[in-house]
Write a protein that binds this ligand. Structure first.
Ligand SMILES: [Fe+2]
Length: 366
């Protein structure tokens, strides 16, 4: 079968871009009609990255959401507030910034998009998730293969488990889960996959989960965690010049593709087979769409942007690609790990060095 679609697109007018920066995820959700966008959990020190994405996607930032008070990285919300961008947090937050406070059942609208607010406390008391248009942004509640940590001061593992079960697992199986962290290079998951495979969710109740976890409240509040929390709570933080790295991770358990090694081949090894593999529709490029326009593309290769792969799972499952490529080989490896974790692909090849190496080697481009 030859893929006749030049690229896939998420449903319902949604533009999606996700980043993983040292295990912290940030998500950009945009309306493809009005070009307005919502930025979720931006990190301090990364404004240039977000600005470039807004320009690349021709989006205007309409709002910023912090899903909770972060313990492991500095929020960028104060900088966006200073620039006149509306910022949102859950109603239970102790943050002193001028944030609009969202309650359970509220909606947040961006152009023609509308996301429902779900309060899911337990990691922190101000944790929220946003659901709509086939995705749920879970922040630090439901993670890939685990739940958020629940040993910080104010955490409650039983409350977290019960909230995830009641409010998130009630969403349709195909819902794409966009978590606040990923420490194993798995960018997203689905509600159906986590319901069936997440070890934390196999417990019978919140109390049983809490008993198994034996979490000690406050044990996770190391000095650097407390320092980060303090900076994220004040109205006008004096932020350091460089992003602060806090050793604390924010999930318990967490998925991996243990036992599976990502298979890599060089562009020189793959080049003689490009025409044959592309003709079968068995080679996908996971770069962002504008990169293909500006940098060039591999002849005959379909574009499935990494951030949007969650909307193409059934297509990819029905016709699994043999080769995945990107610009440098980093995003194709993330795509492979994510799709292997979800059971969509078994053992695809990630092209080492990506399109950059291909182009520099003088191999043919379109
Ligand atoms: Fe967190």
């Amino acid at each position: 079968m030859v893929r006749d679609e030049p690229r896939t697109a998420p449903p319902h007018e949604l533009v999606l871009k996700s980043w993983n920066d040292s295990g912290c995820h940030t998500h950009l959700l945009g309306c493809s009609v009005t070009r307005q966008a919502l930025l979720i959990d931006p990190k301090a020190g990364k404004q240039a990255v977000y600005e470039k994405a807004l320009a690349d996607y021709r989006l205007t930032l309409a709002g910023v959401v912090d899903t909770h008070t972060h313990a492991d990285h500095l929020s960028d919300s104060a900088a966006w507030i200073a620039r006149g961008v509306r910022c949102f947090m859950g109603q239970a937050t102790g943050c002193q910034r001028a944030v609009a406070r969202l309650r359970d059942g509220d909606s947040i609208e961006v152009g023609r998009l509308r996301f429902r607010v779900l309060e899911v406390p337990g990691h922190t008391q101000d944790s929220i998730a946003l659901a709509g248009h086939g995705v749920v942004v879970t922040g630090d509640t439901l993670m890939v293969g685990g739940l958020a940590r629940a040993d910080f001061r104010g955490s409650d593992p039983a409350q977290l488990f019960d909230g995830v079960r009641k409010k998130l697992l009630s969403l349709p199986d195909a819902t794409v889960v966009l978590p606040g962290h990923g420490y194993q290079d798995i960018l997203f998951t689905t509600i159906g996959h986590e319901r069936a495979h997440n070890p934390a969710l196999q417990h019978t109740s919140g109390r049983a989960y809490a008993d198994a976890l034996k979490a000690v409240a406050g044990a996770g509040n190391s000095p650097d965690v407390d320092a980060t929390l303090a900076l994220n709570l004040v109205a006008d933080p004096a932020l350091p010049d460089a992003p602060v790295a806090v050793a604390a991770c924010c999930s318990v358990g967490g998925a991996s593709i243990a036992g599976h090694t990502v298979r890599e081949q060089s562009c020189q090894e793959l080049a003689p087979r490009l025409a044959e593999i592309a003709a079968r529709g068995d080679w996908i490029d996971v770069r962002d769409p504008w990169e293909l326009s500006s940098d060039g593309r591999l002849p005959g290769v379909a574009n499935f942007p990494l951030s949007e792969l969650g909307f193409a799972l059934e297509t990819l499952r029905a016709h699994p690609p043999e080769v995945v490529s990107c610009k440098s080989g980093a995003r194709s490896a993330i795509a492979v790990k994510t799709l292997v974790y979800l059971g969509v692909l078994r053992d695809p090849i990630s092209m080492a060095g990506g399109f950059g190496k291909w182009k520099a080697s003088g191999l043919p481009i379109a």
